[in-house]
Design a protein around this ligand. Structure first.
Ligand SMILES: NC(=O)C1=CN([C@@H]2O[C@H](COP(=O)(O)OP(=O)(O)OC[C@H]3O[C@@H](n4cnc5c(N)ncnc54)[C@H](OP(=O)(O)O)[C@@H]3O)[C@@H](O)[C@H]2O)C=CC1
Ligand SMILES: Nc1nc(=O)c2c([nH]1)NC[C@@H]1CN(c3ccc(C(=O)N[C@@H](CCC(=O)O)C(=O)O)cc3)C=[N+]21
Length: 299
């Protein structure tokens, strides 16, 4: 049976380090990290994440500001708000919760965020730095960065000689994940909806990252013995056994089957999800350190 990678515990370690470094910043520079989260509309799942982000930010000793805008807010209003936050020295991190409603150009909004406050790591400047291997000066997207810390717990920082397969090629998970694995010397394959023979491809992986958004798509037989499985998927499915109208979260990996084969595996919930929030705090702290002319903290 696989070792279960406890994302909640690793996230708690990161949050403890962030909290202590945030105390140092307050004592030495009288600066409190400020995180602004913008949420448009009332999607219940987004509300849960955003609430968790605010709660954790407060736990870290940050100022957490939430801007909740109506679903029909104009793109121009959102752009103006970002400009105000870009210019506000008390704000070190700006996060616009995705997805945005269809009438708003999400790409345009993301590129309006000042790169040095782009704690999601979605701005072209940060994407470009990651893509060219300038990982040490970039903001790296929180979910892949958190997944890397979990992989590091199993394999260490150097993945030389290991085959990594990433299933999914989105800009927020799959592509940055592939770049981070490559930067750590893994041999990386990125699979997607047009990939042929996906089960066979996955069986070649020493590290298998699933970021697809399809509940339990990756089966036990796709997992070689001893593989490290990182399940990024968060799928809300009906759970009538818990009562009428109740939901539960499942990943993109058929957990019980895969755990039979894997060497180590992340659960859902309690795996990558908590790491995403922890790395958002780490990125916000980093931004506040850099704004205060202090060296970048390491996690
Ligand atoms: N734990 C966390 O903190 C986070 C979790 N998530 C979760 O991760 C998952 C992925 O998110 P995200 O990257 O945003 O999703 P996207 O929908 O943007 O991307 C999904 C990717 O999966 C690929 N794909 C879809 N169907 C198949 C298939 N049958 N076979 C192979 N590949 C397929 C798509 O391929 P193609 O490009 O060809 O269409 C695409 O590249 C979701 O469950 C999401 O909820 C996301 C962010 C954070
Ligand atoms: N600009 C932007 N940045 C994001 O980082 C971003 C986003 N938009 N939009 C949505 C996705 C999704 N996401 C998650 C964060 C935490 C959990 C998380 O904490 N999950 C818990 C469970 C939470 C629950 O019970 O619902 C867990 O897996 O254990 C999940 C998913 C961040 N995202």
């Amino acid at each position: 049976m696989a070792e279960v990678i406890d994302g909640k515990a690793v996230a708690a370690d990161v949050i403890a380090k962030v909290t202590s470094a945030s105390g140092v910043l307050a004592a030495s520079k009288n600066v409190t990290p400020g995180l602004a989260v913008i949420i448009v509309g009332e999607d219940p799942a987004s509300q849960v994440y955003v609430a968790a982000k605010s709660r954790t930010a407060k736990e870290c000793g940050f100022n957490s500001l939430q801007h909740t805008l109506p679903a029909d807010v104009s793109e121009a209003y959102l752009m103006d708000l970002i400009e105000v936050l870009n210019l506000d020295p008390a704000i070190h991190g700006i996060l616009v919760q995705l997805p945005l409603p269809g009438h708003i150009d999400a790409g345009k909004v993301i590129q309006a965020i000042a790169p040095e406050k782009d704690v999601d790591g979605f701005h072209f400047v940060n994407v470009g730095k990651l893509g060219t291997g300038e990982v040490d000066t970039a903001f790296v997207p929180c979910t892949p960065a958190g997944s890397m810390l979990l992989i590091e717990r199993v394999h260490g920082k150097d993945l030389s000689g290991l085959n990594a397969v990433v299933v999914g090629r989105s800009n927020i998970v799959g592509k940055p994940m592939a770049n981070l694995l490559l930067a750590a010397n893994a041999t990386v394959t990125v699979a997607h909806s047009r990939t042929k023979n996906l089960p066979e491809l996955c069986r070649g992986a020493d590290i298998l990252v699933a970021a697809v958004g399809r509940p339990e798509m990756i089966r036990g037989e796709w997992v070689k013995r001893g593989t490290t499985v990182i399940d990024v998927g968060i799928n809300r499915v009906a759970a009538p056994e818990k009562g009428n109208g109740k939901n539960r979260l499942i990943g993109d990996v058929a957990y019980a089957e895969a755990a039979d084969h894997a060497g180590a595996i992340t659960p859902v919930p309690g795996g990558v999800g908590p790491m995403t929030i922890a790395l958002l705090m780490a990125n916000t702290l980093t931004s506040a350190y850099l704004a205060s002319s202090l060296p970048r903290p390491q996690f």
